[in-house]
Each structure stands twice: as C-alpha cells, then as structure tokens.
Ligand binder design. Structure first.
Ligand SMILES: Cc1cc2nc3c(=O)[nH]c(=O)nc-3n(C[C@H](O)[C@H](O)[C@H](O)COP(=O)(O)OP(=O)(O)OC[C@H]3O[C@@H](n4cnc5c(N)ncnc54)[C@H](O)[C@@H]3O)c2cc1C
Length: 401
C-alpha cells in the first residue's frame, strides 16, 4: 500500500519525536516509525542531563531528579564537588520520551510503533523518495518529500544511501536500574580506572533515594571488553560507592551504543536530514546527547517544514546544519581531544587527574564536564589552577585539529 506524507521520520527516540512535533506544528503531514513495541520500550541511555537545558526546552520538572553534587572516584582517590544549587539532573527517560511523543501526537503527527523501516523508495536517479516499512498493518510504502533519519547509532537511512559509514569509534554501555535502600538522591558518581572500565567510566545516577542507575561504558576500538561483565563485577564486589549501600536489586536492564568520533561530515542531503546520534550530535566527554537530540530534533522539524516549498533540496536544509554546527561543533572538537587523553590514562594518572578536579569550583567543573569550552573560560581556569597537569590538559584542548 502506498501512502503519501510531507515528512517521514525514522526513529522514535528524543530526536525523531522532537522533529515530529515541530514539523507537525509547521503544518506538515508527518509520520514517524519506531521499530520497538512502544516509545522508550528499550532504554539505551542513562539519562543524565542539565536543568538549564531542560527548562529551556520546557521539559516538566516532574520528569527529572535534580542533582547538586558530583563525586568522582578513581582507584585511590575520591573528589566531591559540592554545588551551590541544582545544575544537573537524572531523567525519567521513559516518562520524558512518552512526553515528547505526546507533544508530537497532539500537534498532529502520526506515530507508528512496532514499525521497522527496512528499505528506501528511490527514483531513477537513486534519490530518496520515501520508506519501506514493516508494520502491524502490513508492509507499507511511504512516499515523502523529506525524510528525517533519527534512527540513532545505526544511521539507517544515511548508511543505506552511502552518505554515512559505520561508526569506527563508539561507546557501548550496560546498566541496571535498581531498587536501593539508601541513596543520597542529590549526588551522582562517575568512577574511572581499569577496575571500572578498560576505556571509559562507570556511573551511579540516582533517580530518588530508592532508585539508582548503575552502569559501565566502554570505548571501542580501545577495548572490546564486555560492559556487562564489568558491571556484574562492580555489583558483586560492591566497588565504591556501592559499598555504602546495603541492598541493591536490579529491576531493569539497559544496553546501548553511542557514536564517539564527533559529528558526520554532512547532515543534510537532497530530501534528507540526519539528527541526534545519527548525526553524531553528542558531548563526547561524558557521552551525553539527549539535550542535543531534543533541541536539534526540533530544529530539524522546523527547518524541514520550511524547506518543503523549495522541494527540500540540500540548499534549503543548510540552515539546520549551520545553526547546530555553530552551537556545538567546536565544543565537540575540544571535548574529543580531552577524551582521547582520558582514554589512555593509567590508574595512577587518573588518581592525579582527580586532583585537577579537586581544585575546580562547581561552576568550573560543570563548564568542563558539559564541554562548555571557550578560550576565555579555559585561560581563566588555567590561570586559577597553575599546576602542570592543568596546563597540559588545557594545552591539549586548545590544540587545533
Ligand atoms: C549506555 C549509554 C548511556 C548514555 N547516557 C547518556 C546520558 O546520561 N545523558 C545523555 O544525554 N545521553 C546519554 N547517552 C546518549 C543518548 O542516549 C543519545 O545521545 C540519545 O538517545 C540520542 O537520541 P536519538 O533520538 O538520536 O537516538 P535514539 O535514542 O537511539 O533513538 C533512535 C530510535 O530509532 C529507532 N530505530 C532505529 N532504527 C530504526 C528503523 N530502521 N526503523 C524504525 N525505528 C528505528 C530505535 O529503536 C530508537 O528508538 C547514552 C548512550 C548510551 C549508549
């Protein structure tokens, strides 16, 4: 059966749902396909984000747990940065994605779950004209003037068209969401060093006093260790900070992949936009991309809707690419340089690296971990922290490349 829409979206994660919302608000006929049985059926993220961005994006407060303090643990060191107020948050991921889906539905987008996009419709010049989808209604052919690829790590459409290649550098993460009997719900933990992750870090993120996410992320190709094994070990041995909690019982298991080599060279083509993880829009320092997926998803839907009167050709979509690159490209580049340094640190070097953090104010730490690097901020930080390690760190961030 052939159906016609203005905009067809692949993927019901935060990027796709946000694009569906603004595209439908822009008056377009929009359809979105999610291959899983429901929105946020399989959670692939640990859901740390930032309150400022959540407020700017009008995300209701009830969908996140505010965080004030940040503890970093290395094999023989531990540092807690105490915040003045609440800057970070741990998202109720399922609640948030369902909320984004509700916004999209209310604005008039059609959403289909358990609907797997398995192929493309193209014209004689092999240019994209729509999607082939396996759905509960049978196999559908969807003609669309514009396709938004929000398929996450797989970049399904971009790869099918040969515009995107498989990611060579990426993170793979495994996580349990657990009941626990006593947790300070205002503090999150990052744990570094080989006991926690061969190349990456582990985390404990609280959702409440009785619910936490405990996870491990490992960078490929630096390591091919399985994060599930490491995660189970951390739980069995009750490595810090789990030794402070008596009863921990896993209630959900989460698993996912995230690209970790910066953004795609181009995120627009004739009748196609890539957004979210599909485009490589994440902060490589702590591999967080939800805020960008929502913001740039909304941008993609808006620019996409405006582009239809010009046939959604590449030149009419450049505005999307220009705006998002201006906002985060240089931050991604600096963060990638810090990250490649972090991936090589030994346990002893991590112990020393934490001493750099110990001397940071809460604001400096947040700017750093959020990848808010501006030259002025970095110079100030280096001047305020004249140690050799700090100078080395910021030299590497300032390097061009
Ligand atoms: C272990 C881990 C921990 C993370 N922790 C954080 C964190 O703490 N904070 C943070 O901000 N970010 C975090 N991230 C990153 C964050 O999850 C992503 O940046 C974000 O989810 C990107 O959103 P997206 O919509 O682009 O992709 P996704 O959330 O991956 O959504 C893509 C959707 O497309 C669907 N799909 C794929 N292919 C098809 C197809 N062919 N047909 C139909 N549907 C399809 C998928 O089922 C999925 O629902 C983490 C990632 C991982 C892997």
């Amino acid at each position: 059966m052939l159906h016609e829409y203005d905009i067809a979206i692949v993927g019901g994660g935060p990027a796709g749902l946000s694009a569906a919302y603004t595209a439908a608000m822009g008056g377009c006929r929009v359809i979105l396909f999610e291959k899983d049985d429901s929105i946020a059926h399989n959670i692939r993220t640990s859901g740390v984000s930032w309150i400022r961005e959540m407020e700017e994006l009008n995300i209701p407060k009830k969908l996140y747990n505010p965080i004030r303090n940040f503890t970093l643990i290395s094999p023989s060191n531990e540092v807690t940065i105490k915040g003045q107020g609440f800057a970070s948050c741990v998202l109720d991921v399922r609640g948030l994605y369902q909320y984004l889906a509700t916004l999209a539905a209310e604005s008039g987008a059609k959403i289909m779950v358990r609907s797997h996009v398995y192929g493309l419709l193209s014209d004689l010049r092999h240019e994209i004209r729509g999607l082939r989808v396996r759905t509960p209604l049978g196999n559908l052919e969807i003609k669309a003037k514009l396709v938004i690829d929000a398929s996450g790590f797989s970049s399904f459409v971009g790869r099918k068209l040969g515009l995107a290649t498989p990611w060579k550098k990426y993170g793979v993460g495994a996580e349990y969401e657990c009941y626990c009997d006593s947790m300070d719900k205002e503090t999150w933990f990052l744990m570094v060093g080989r006991r926690y992750s061969d190349a990456g870090y582990a985390w404990v993120f609280p959702l409440s006093n009785n619910r936490i996410r405990i996870g491990v992320g490992i960078g490929r190709p630096e390591s091919y260790a399985d994060p599930i094994h490491r995660l189970n070990e951390i739980l069995e041995k009750k490595l810090r900070p789990l030794d402070r909690i008596k009863n921990i019982q896993p209630l959900e298991f989460h698993y996912g992949f995230i690209p970790n080599e910066g953004s795609r060279k181009s995120t627009v083509a004739d009748r196609l936009i890539l957004v979210g993880d599909s485009a490589g829009q994440s902060n490589p320092l702590v591999l967080e991309g939800i805020r960008y997926a929502i913001e740039f998803g909304r941008l993609a839907g808006k620019v996409g809707a405006q582009s239809l009167s010009q046939g959604a050709v590449k030149s009419s979509l450049y505005k999307y690419e220009t705006i998002w690159r201006q906002k985060i490209q240089s931050k991604i580049n600096s963060a990638l340089r810090v990250q490649s340094r972090w991936l090589t640190l030994s346990d002893e070097e991590w112990d020393r690296e934490l001493e750099i953090v110990r001397h940071m104010s809460a604001k400096e730490f947040l700017d750093f971990i959020r990848a808010e690097f501006t030259v002025t901020r970095m110079v100030k930080l280096a001047l305020d922290n004249p140690g050799l390690a700090v100078r080395q760190l910021f030299k590497s961030m300032l390097r061009k490349g």
